[in-house]
Design a protein around this ligand. Structure first.
Ligand code: ATP
Length: 546
């Protein structure tokens, strides 16, 4: 090869003759160095071009470029995979996509041990980090022997401030990739499965809340009562409730059956809700039972203060704002409003006092606090009207100390499906409380206590208070002896009260008898003096001269 030939260009595969420009057909394979050099120079060119595009090409145009480049690549090399994107925000109003949240929860449960890019946030659960996949991490999921790949990606927003109401932020989305042969499986069941599981994980992980409706901002904001919330942290459980074990088990079974009966309620065409009426004297554990129910079923609690609700429309609004998996509670329903046998009172005619009350409700004084105009029919609609079906999976619980005062329409079966009486402490209930408060399952003093329970009525609240150790040194025996002392004292008081009542009854009986004989004497004398008396004749009456 001469010096002229050495100046010839090399293209890698063909060599050109420098004198007449014709290609010489001789070929030789590229060396490794040549491949690396040409690849890196191509990459450098692409990077350079991309950085120019990024810098000078408008955001919208860039997106078009990406889309069409993707389409072009698909045309050259058709991919057997299908991709589905689930965006974080959707719609014109940029509301958060519930599907995105469900997928996030679902995937956080599927994170494999070899996942490398994770995100830790302090979630709703107290003092706990929740881990989820970070951007561009990939999770593989297997469902019915098919493989699915999930990645979290984002479309970067423009750096410039957007003139629109909603800022042009990064748009995050989950991308689901699967082979096209699984398209039907995805459409039919996989996505539903992901949503269902994801929602369940979210519900189980959430910190439950206790809502109440107040009148705090009534005059300032919307002039209506709204729910305010705190975290629900009541520790009561059915294990700690002192009551007859069989009755307790029956309630637990009932609650669990309800919570697992979605399909059943749908099949019989009934809204998925159940009403419980808890009644009994004060301090028998009605509120404690509501907390135990919420903890058993993992439900939120809505404590509805009826006197703070302006009217039936506001009541309906509050109902719509409640979520599923919740207990709506109206405590002391007999004191809440005029629901106590309202219709019977109407029939009999109302006293002046009642008329006054009604007038006060009709013409509320603006200076005063809210005067509720919620009616019995409004409340009945709240319980089982057409609106009561929204949300589903809800318990409605009423509590009362005076069952006899309530309007029968309010508590009939179908509205209040289960009536639970919570009564004075029995020996069986005492044993549960002794176990809770003193960690004692059996004791020689239990026999004496059992005997005393046959004659003494004590509420579980009183028993609990008596069993509570009064100092750190106090042992179980000391507490039990003190408790026996209280039972005996109560027995003495009750016996004395009974004696006094008996004496009172005896006295009034004597007075009645005396009164009776005096009255008979008077009638006899009157009849004698007037010389007349009444005689019945064939069902009628006639007056006769003696
Ligand atoms: N059956 C029970 N088992 C365990 N503790 C109980 C029981 N009943 C009452 N207590 C205790 O007594 C206290 C008062 O109970 P709770 O408020 O639940 O009674 P209530 O029936 O709702 O009373 P009220 O009708 O006055 O609202 C609670 O702090 C609870 O610890």
């Amino acid at each position: 090869m001469d010096s002229i030939t050495r100046r010839y260009k090399m293209s890698g595969t063909e060599k050109f003759d420098g004198r007449d420009g014709k290609a010489i057909s001789r070929r030789r394979p590229l060396t490794m160095t040549e491949i690396l050099t040409s690849t890196s120079s191509t990459l450098a060119t692409i990077m350079f071009a991309w950085s120019i595009i990024r810098q000078y090409c408008p955001h919208g145009l860039r997106q078009y470029f990406q889309i069409y480049f993707g389409k072009f690549m698909d045309y050259i090399y058709p991919s057997p995979y299908v991709r589905i994107a689930i965006y974080e925000f959707v719609g014109e109003r940029f509301s958060r996509n519930k599907a995105f949240a469900a997928v996030e929860a679902y995937l956080s449960d599927k994170l494999s041990d070899d996942a490398k890019r994770l995100k830790a946030e302090v979630g709703e659960s107290k003092n706990n980090f929740s881990l989820s996949m970070d951007e561009y991490e990939r999770v593989t999921d297997v469902y019915e022997n098919a493989e699915f790949w999930w990645t979290l990606s984002k479309i970067p927003g423009s750096a410039k401030k957007s003139p629109s109401l909603y800022p042009d932020i990064d748009r995050r989305f989950y991308q689901l990739k699967f082979h096209k042969k699984h398209r039907e499986l995805v459409k039919e069941s996989y996505l539903k499965h992901v949503l269902k599981e994801g929602k369940e994980i979210r519900v189980n992980r959430r910190r439950r809340k206790l809502y109440t409706n107040g009148t705090g901002n009534r005059w300032l904001i919307h002039k209506s009562t709204t729910w305010s919330e705190v975290y629900f942290e009541h520790p009561a459980s059915f294990d700690t409730i002192g009551m007859d074990p069989e009755k307790k088990q029956e309630i637990i079974e009932d609650l669990l059956t309800f919570s697992q009966s979605k399909e059943y309620y749908a099949r019989i065409g009934k809204a998925w809700k159940r009403g419980y009426l808890l009644y009994g004297p004060p301090g028998t554990g009605k509120s404690t039972m509501i907390a135990a129910m919420a903890n058993l079923l993992n439900y939120d609690v809505y404590d509805l203060e009826l006197t703070a609700v302006k009217d039936n429309t506001e009541l309906r609004k509050l109902l719509i704002e409640t979520t599923s998996k919740s207990i709506i509670v109206i405590e002391d329903i007999d004191c809440s409003l005029e629901f106590t046998r309202q219709r019977e009172i109407k029939k009999k005619g109302r006293s002046n006092e009642e008329k006054e009350k009604e007038k006060a409700i009709k013409e509320p004084n603006k200076e005063e606090e809210v005067k509720s105009k919620v009616t019995l029919s409004g409340l009945l609609n709240f319980i089982d009207g057409i609106w009561s079906a929204c949300g589903g999976e809800r318990l409605i619980v009423f509590t009362t100390n005076h069952l006899e005062k309530l309007d029968p329409a309010l508590i009939r079966r179908g509205r209040m499906d289960k009536h639970i009486e919570l009564s004075y402490c029995s020996y069986e209930a005492f044993k549960v409380l002794a176990k809770n408060y003193l960690n004692v399952e059996t004791h020689e003093l239990f026999g004496e206590i059992k005997e005393l329970f046959n004659n003494v009525k004590m509420t579980p609240a009183d028993v609990a208070e008596n069993l509570m150790p009064k100092s750190r040194q106090e042992g179980a025996e000391h507490s039990l002896r003190r408790f026996i002392g209280s039972l005996e004292e109560k027995k003495r008081v009750e016996e004395k009260k009974k004696r006094m009542e008996d004496r009172k009854k005896e006295k009034s009986k004597i007075v009645d008898e005396k009164g009776d004989s005096r009255l008979k004497g008077v009638v006899f004398r009157v009849m004698n003096n007037w010389g007349r008396f009444w005689v019945g004749e064939e069902g009628g009456l006639r007056m006769e001269e003696k």
